[in-house]
Structure formats: C-alpha cells, structure tokens
Write a protein that binds this ligand. Structure first.
Ligand SMILES: [Zn+2]
Length: 160
C-alpha cells in the first residue's frame, strides 16, 4: 500500500519539460495527491490554459505512476483556482535562478509596486538594470531580457 506521501515523492521525478531542474511540485502544478484504498487521485493545475507543456506533464505523471506499478489512478486537471506564481515554492524559485531564469515576482511584490512594472533582476549578476527584449523568450512561457550591467541575455518566467 502506498500513501499519498509516497506518491508525492514518486512524482518528484516529473519535471517541467522546459525547465528540467524544477519538479511539478516545486512549480505548484501538482496540487493534490490522495489515496483511497488502492486508488490514486492526482490533481494538477496548468500554469496557464493552453500551456503546451501541460499535456507532456500529465503524460509524464501517468507514465511515472504506471512504471511504479500503480494500476488504478486518475489524473484530474483543475483550472480553478487558477495557478499563480505564488505557488512556486522557495526552493523552486532558487532553482529557477540557478538555472539562469529570473523567477516571477510574487503577487505581494506586485501589490507593493502598485501597478508599476516590477524590476526583473538578472539571474547572473543580480542587477535590476535590465531591459525587456522580447515578450517571447525560448518558449511562450518565458520573456527574453537583457542585463545592462553584465550584458548577458536571460529568460524571465512570466506570470500569466
Ligand atoms: Zn547581469
């Protein structure tokens, strides 16, 4: 018998296909795991509706469960409440930064700025003297920025 904790630990293997260092739990996509007798229920919430990576993550969850010998499972996709950047865990934010991606500001940060655009800090040198180059970076989920201090381009994980 597996517990919900066992299943959660197992699903730690499922990463964001675009950012392979961060798991779907750290990203806040994995919302809930429950086990009722031998039946496993997993709930995931897409970072935004129509995110192409979502189908992949769902298939990866199913494959991981099947490979671990879990026979009876259902993967639910919950659209409400909508995913927010606040669901990215602290370790997830740190991993994004280590991967060279500027993590999104939390909603508290955005509220504190009262509508002005948040300064995106360069993940390489930490400078906030950065310029938006393109709303679309290497994927639709990221925007491309350039650091004016170290001159390096970098991706910023966008809020949706
Ligand atoms: Zn820099």
């Amino acid at each position: 018998m597996r517990t919900a904790e066992d299943i959660t630990a197992l699903l730690e293997q499922v990463k964001d296909p675009e950012i392979p260092v961060i798991s779907i739990r750290e990203l806040g996509v994995l919302r809930n795991v429950s086990v009722d007798e031998d039946r496993v229920e997993v709930t995931i919430t897409p970072t935004y509706s129509g995110c192409p990576a979502m189908d992949f993550m769902r298939l990866e969850v199913e494959r991981t469960l099947r490979e671990a010998g879990v026979e009876r499972f259902t993967v639910h996709q919950a659209l409400s409440p909508a995913w927010t950047t606040d669901w990215i865990s602290e370790e997830g934010r740190k991993k994004l930064l280590d991967f060279g991606i500027a993590p999104p500001p939390s909603s508290a940060d955005i509220r504190a700025l009262k509508g002005t655009a948040p300064a995106i800090a360069c993940p390489l040198c930490g400078s906030t003297d950065t310029t938006l180059v393109s709303h679309f970076g290497s994927t639709a989920c990221k925007a491309l920025y350039k650091c004016n201090a170290c001159k390096e381009p970098f991706d910023h994980f966008k809020c949706h």
